[in-house]
Write a protein that binds this ligand. Structure first.
Ligand code: NCD
Length: 330
C-alpha cells in the first residue's frame, strides 16, 4: 500500500510531529528562497467534488512549489454527471497513470474508498463530516508559531461541531499532542457520539471559552443541515458568536482562528475576525506549507506507489516504427 493521508485519527504522534517539522522547514526554505524538493516526475489529480477556495488553491500552490504537475478534475464536467460511479472514476484516473490524488467529496469515507482503488497516494482534502487533516495541520502549525507548542493549550472549538470535519481532525490532532479540547455549541449541532471524540462538551459559550488559549470558530454548514436544527440564525449569533464581548471570557492573549469561509456577523464579528488576536490569515498561508509537507510525505514514503499493470501489446506488423526521442543511440 502506498502512503496516504486520509485523516489524523490514525496517525501516530511521531507522524504528526514529522509532518509539522517538514512544514516548518519547507516554509523557511520558501521564505528564504532556498531549494525545496523537486517532485517534477509526479502528476497529481485535483479532484474537488465539493466547492473549495483555500484548500484547492493552496494544494495547487504547494504542488507548484514542488514542481509537480496537476490534472484538474471538476465533477460537473466529468463523466460522473453521466452516471459514472466514484469507483469507476478513480479506476479511470489510475489507468490514466496519475501518480496521486488530492480529493474532496461530500461523502464521509469517500477518500478511503478512493485509496482502495487507486494505485498511488491519496490525500484527503475534506470528506463529508469525517476529516480534513491538512486543515488541522495548518491550524497546529499556526498555534505552534504563536504559542511555542501545542502541549498544555486549552482550545475551544465553537459552533457547528456536528457537521465539521475540521473540528474532528483538530480534536484528534490537538489531543494527540497534549492539548485540552472543548467542543462548544448548541445541543442540536453537537454530534451524538461526543463520548467517542477527545474533548469536553459545553453547551454554554461562556463556560466553553472561559480561560482558553485558542478559539477555533466554525461556520454553520447549512448545506449539510437538516431542517429544524436551528431556530434562527439571529438567535444562534446572540448565543454563540465570538465577538468583542465574548472574547473577554477567554485569556487576554487568546488566538482567534477560523478555517474559512467566514460568515461574518454569524459565528464571528469583525472585531474577532480582524482584530489583533486573529491569526486567520496565517492559517491560510500555512495551508500551503503543510500541503507541501503532506505531498512530500506521501510521495516519499517507504512504500513506493505501484503503477497500474501494463498489458504488453504485440505491435501490428505495419506499426514497427520507433519514436524518435533525440537521445543518443546506444
Ligand atoms: C472548511 C471545509 O471545507 O471543511 N473549510 C476549509 O476547508 N478551509 C470549513 C467550512 O466549509 O466551513
Amino acid at each position: 500500500m502506498p502512503r496516504n493521508l486520509l485523516g489524523i485519527r490514525h496517525l501516530t504522534q511521531d507522524d504528526i510531529q514529522e509532518l509539522l517539522s517538514l512544514s516548518a522547514d519547507l516554509k523557511l526554505r520558501i521564505i528564504e528562497g532556498r531549494e525545496v524538493p523537486n517532485l517534477s516526475k509526479e502528476v497529481v489529480g485535483m479532484l474537488f467534488f465539493e466547492n473549495s477556495t483555500r484548500t484547492r488553491v493552496s494544494f495547487e500552490q504547494a504542488a507548484h512549489y514542488l514542481k509537480m504537475k496537476t490534472a484538474n478534475f471538476s465533477a460537473g464536467t466529468s463523466s460522473m454527471s453521466k452516471g459514472e460511479t466514484l469507483k469507476d472514476t478513480i479506476l479511470t484516473l489510475r489507468y490514466e497513470r496519475l501518480n496521486g490524488l488530492v480529493m474532496r467529496h461530500r461523502m464521509s469515507g469517500s477518500t478511503a474508498l478512493a485509496a482502495r482503488y487507486f494505485g498511488g497516494p491519496v490525500l484527503n482534502a475534506g470528506d463529508g463530516q469525517h476529516e480534513h487533516p491538512t486543515q488541522a495541520l495548518a491550524d497546529a502549525l499556526t498555534m505552534i508559531e504563536r504559542k511555542g507548542s501545542i502541549e498544555g493549550l486549552q482550545v475551544a472549538i465553537v459552533g457547528d461541531v456536528e457537521h465539521s470535519r475540521v473540528a474532528r481532525s483538530n480534536a484528534w490532532l490537538l489531543s494527540k499532542l497534549g492539548a485540552e479540547v472543548r467542543f462548544v455549541g448548541p445541543r442540536s449541532l453537537m454530534p451524538s457520539h461526543t463520548q467517542m471524540l477527545p474533548g469536553q462538551v459545553h453547551y454554554d459559550l461562556r463556560s466553553g471559552i472561559e480561560g482558553v488559549d485558542v478559539i477555533i470558530c466554525l461556520r454553520l454548514q447549512k448545506e449539510r443541515m437538516a431542517d429544524g436544527m436551528l431556530s434562527s440564525i439571529t438567535e444562534y449569533a446572540a448565543m454563540y458568536q465570538v465577538n468583542r464581548e465574548s472574547l473577554r471570557w477567554a485569556k487576554r492573549d487568546c488566538l482567534v482562528m477560523h478555517p474559512g469561509p467566514i460568515n461574518r456577523g454569524v459565528e464571528v464579528d469583525d472585531v474577532a475576525a480582524d482584530g489583533e488576536r486573529s491569526v486567520i490569515t496565517s492559517q491560510i498561508e500555512n495551508g500551503i506549507f503543510v500541503r507541501m509537507a503532506s505531498l512530500y510525505w506521501v510521495f516519499t514514503g517507504d512504500e513506493k506507489p505501484s503503477p497500474p499493470p501494463v498489458a504488453k501489446a504485440k505491435a501490428p506488423k505495419a506499426a514497427t516504427k520507433k519514436v524518435a526521442t533525440g537521445g543518443k543511440k546506444k
